[in-house]
Design a binder for this molecule. Structure first.
Ligand SMILES: Cc1cc2nc3c(=O)[nH]c(=O)nc-3n(C[C@H](O)[C@H](O)[C@H](O)COP(=O)(O)OP(=O)(O)OC[C@H]3O[C@@H](n4cnc5c(N)ncnc54)[C@H](O)[C@@H]3O)c2cc1C
Length: 336
């Protein structure tokens, strides 16, 4: 458990949350970012890293992945505390600060909060199996962090999209055997990679279990003894595997933020356009998660909102000081 004292807690490390670190830093404020994903970048990293974006000012075209690489470079001088792989959960208000607890039991004490949570916290879509959580991070993984864990092991990979196909190809290089489970014969992945998958099937490195889906898991203490799959006629097969990797995509959920007594409409937080402040004093919302009349859900709008919210945080945190507006060309980078 970590206890972090900061000026501003930023919820969400999407493009807008990242740029907020810069805006706060330029005004001399420290920040801590929390994100439920393993990697920074929000939708840009999770949904379309290789797609070119054409409406970032001064960049006629750059990929979403490169936008995040550049934002990371831009915020590095401000050394934000990054707490990844965890959601913000509980919020308590004390006189001078907010006390926020994360799902990893870290505590952040912040004078203001800027919510840049997009459509909500990203998390894996999980197979609807009872007790699945008792196997998670032991023999069931929703993403691959350490490929060597799967060396010489028998794996089951489920899903029909790019992640399932790409990881089956990659892990087949060192795994003992891979069962590839999908409920339809058509795979939604890049055709060239689907071809490679079938080539590996012919070579005996991958066994296709199609059309099958997961029925249940038998095992104990987090160790899978048998993975039970079934076809459309409810015929079952038992697979002896060491690990199971379901790749069913990501879904988003605003989760516990909904219980923070913020004014919400259809998962969107209402803010005053001139400050980006929510109905709670010192809590701001920017980027895709916020709404006001005329709001455009674009990255460039979110960047402007980051500047507006940061200036207003300064006024909250320093009520006795007058903020002298300065261009970055005048003051340079305000290294903290
Ligand atoms: C395919 C596609 C193409 C697009 N093309 C363009 C384009 O060309 N131009 C453009 O301007 N926009 C485009 N967009 C939209 C753009 O990606 C979004 O407007 C932008 O990502 C919003 O940024 P954000 O930082 O507000 O939110 P997000 O990018 O959604 O990031 C929010 C982050 O907050 C985290 N989070 C949420 N809740 C919690 C919580 N409780 N605890 C911890 N973490 C949490 C999430 O995990 C996520 O990482 C596109 C979107 C898609 C899907």
């Amino acid at each position: 458990m970590k206890k972090i004292n900061t000026d501003v807690l930023i919820v969400g490390a999407g493009p807008v949350g990242l740029f907020t670190v810069f805006e706060l830093g330029q005004l001399g404020m420290k920040s801590c970012i929390v994100d439920s994903l393993e990697d920074i970048g929000g939708q840009c990293t999770a949904l379309y890293p290789d797609k070119p974006i054409y409406d970032i000012p001064a960049y006629p075209s750059l990929t979403a992945g490169d936008l995040i690489v550049n934002l990371k470079k831009q915020i590095d001088p401000f050394k934000p505390t990054l707490l990844m792989n965890q959601k913000v959960v509980e919020l308590e208000k004390y006189d001078e600060f907010y006390n926020v607890k994360t799902s990893e039991n870290n505590i952040i004490l912040a004078k203001c909060i800027i919510i840049a949570a997009g459509n909500g916290a990203f998390g894996p879509n999980k197979p609807p199996i009872e007790n699945i959580d008792s196997y998670e991070n032991k023999t069931i993984f929703y993403h691959v962090k350490d490929k060597l864990r799967f060396k010489d092991k028998t794996l089951a990979i489920a899903g029909g999209g790019d992640s399932a196909v790409d990881w089956a190809i990659e892990l087949s290089k060192n795994a003992k055997k891979i069962f590839f489970i999908h409920r339809r014969s058509k795979l939604r992945a890049v055709p060239q990679n689907v071809e490679t998958l079938h080539k590996l099937e012919k070579e005996g490195r991958i066994e296709m279990m199609i059309p099958f889906q997961l029925d249940s898991i038998r095992g104990k203490n987090g160790i899978i003894e048998k993975l039970v799959i079934k076809n459309m006629d409810e015929e079952k097969k038992e697979l002896k595997v060491d690990y199971f990797l379901p790749f069913f995509g990501l879904s988003t959920n605003l989760g516990p933020i909904k219980n923070w007594e913020l004014e919400l409409e259809k998962n969107i937080l209402k803010v005053k356009q001139e400050t980006c402040e929510t109905n709670l004093n010192g809590i701001f919302a920017i980027g895709d998660v916020c709404s006001y009349p005329g709001k455009l859900k674009l990255i460039l709008t979110g960047f402007a909102e980051a500047a507006i919210a940061s200036h207003n945080c300064y006024n909250k945190i320093n009520p006795d000081k007058t903020l002298h507006f300065e261009y970055s060309t005048t003051k340079g980078i305000n290294k903290l």
